[in-house]
Design a protein around this ligand. Structure first.
Ligand code: ADP
Length: 377
């Protein structure tokens, strides 16, 4: 830590929140310029929509979304058309403020007219999204997955996915949304920061019980029920690669502006947190990408009213220590060619396919080539 300013150049710079230091001329920085902006809810939704318009079949892993307030009339019109063509369709939508986190300001609605227009939408843009009504449940509870992805380099594109992640559980048994239960956050939102306040939250030292578990424990459980876990992993890998491909054009613009080619500057890498929901049929759905995922390995415990203490969280420690350790191993300038990455899966083959797909996408955008049957994986 350099509380009074840095004096010597470093091999690796570990910035707390985002890339913010233009006085670095060598070494590697753990943040990409512009990443925080690129993964904000509105920017991500726009990038996913662009790709979905180009490749509807490949980019069907992100819920249909509209940007508020600018697309409110479009949202109203599209929902009306869909309802007219399918009167049995009874959708639910989730409204999420842009730049929000930890479930802040999120609410569910059944009809576009329920959007709260007073004040907040005008001052705070948001995304309204189709709500996934039939998530996979474990122990009757909804849960989501936090996976850690290392973007090691943008050019060439190098992506690593940590083999284990976290599963964060709701604390009230799940029911499909109805007007009566729409506001029950402990049933519908999996955020740790919300559910920790439920009396039902279980801190467990074991990886396969409690309100926060390892993803590998969920995979074991699914596998013992006969689920095709290999296919699930392959779908998740595909989702991660396609999401990063969608973000890449914007990231390259930021990169070239902050670290122009030909001038001395650092290279960048970044650990991203991917939040993924599994549907009942095991299809993974991307909820959001976090540019600054929490690496805390402790949680607060209330010893007596108002008196808190930090205690170790074994599940967080198991997953996050491996992520940081392997990231540092991978970025270690002395050992660039080292291959003993225990906990991280290198996606070389998928990556090669992704890179060639990426080139095709570019040429398609630039020269209007028609490769509608393009397969990304
Ligand atoms: P935040 O950054 O505020 O946590 P998220 O996009 O992660 O916002 O949403 C918060 C929670 O809401 C998620 O963890 C998930 O449980 C739930 N959620 C978000 N989007 C959807 C969706 N489209 N369908 C079902 N549940 C969702």
């Amino acid at each position: 830590q350099f509380p009074f300013g840095r004096r010597l150049p470093c091999d690796i710079y570990w910035h707390g929140v985002s890339f913010h230091d233009s006085n670095i001329f060598s070494g590697q920085v753990n943040k990409f310029p512009g990443m925080t902006e690129a993964v904000r809810k509105i920017t991500l939704s726009r990038a996913m929509r662009t790709m979905r318009d180009l490749f509807p079949l490949e980019y069907n892993f992100y819920p249909r979304s509209w940007i508020l307030p600018e697309e409110l009339p479009l949202f109203v019109a599209e929902v009306r058309t869909m309802k007219d063509s399918n009167p049995s369709w009874k959708p639910t939508f989730i409204v999420k403020p842009d730049g929000g986190c930890q479930g802040d300001g999120i609410y569910l609605i059944k009809d576009p007219s329920d959007i709260r227009l007073t004040g907040s939408i005008q001052s705070r843009p948001a995304v309204v999204q189709e709500y996934i009504c039939k998530p996979l449940l474990v122990d009757k509870l909804k849960f989501d997955i936090r996976l850690y992805v290392l973007l090691k380099s943008l050019e060439p594109l190098e992506i690593y996915i940590a083999k284990d992640g976290l599963s964060r559980f709701c604390t009230e048994p799940y029911q499909e949304p109805t007007l009566k239960n729409l506001h029950q956050v402990f049933m519908h939102l999996t955020n740790y920061s919300l559910n920790i306040h439920s009396g039902n939250f279980i801190h467990s030292a074991s990886a396969n019980t409690g309100s926060k578990r390892t993803f590998s424990s969920i995979l074991c459980r699914l596998s013992s029920r006969g689920a095709d876990v290999k296919k699930l992993w392959s779908d998740i890998i595909s989702l991660v690669i396609k999401t990063i491909i969608a973000l890449t054009p914007e990231l390259k613009v930021y990169y070239q502006s902050d670290i122009p080619a030909g001038k001395p500057g650092p290279t960048c890498f970044q650990i991203l947190g991917f939040d993924i929901l599994l549907m009942k049929d095991l299809k993974p759905v991307l909820l959001e990408v976090n540019a600054n995922p929490s690496m805390r390995i402790e949680h607060e415990q209330e010893l007596s009213p108002g008196v808190f203490e930090n205690v170790p969280s074994p599940v967080d420690e198991k997953v996050k220590v491996a992520v940081i350790r392997d990231t540092l191993r991978l970025m270690d300038p002395q050992k660039k060619k080292r291959k003993d990455t225990h906990c991280i899966l290198f996606l070389r083959d998928s990556l090669l396919r992704a890179v060639s797909a990426f080139c095709i996408i570019w040429s398609m955008k630039d020269k209007q080539h028609k490769h509608h049957s393009l397969k990304l994986s």
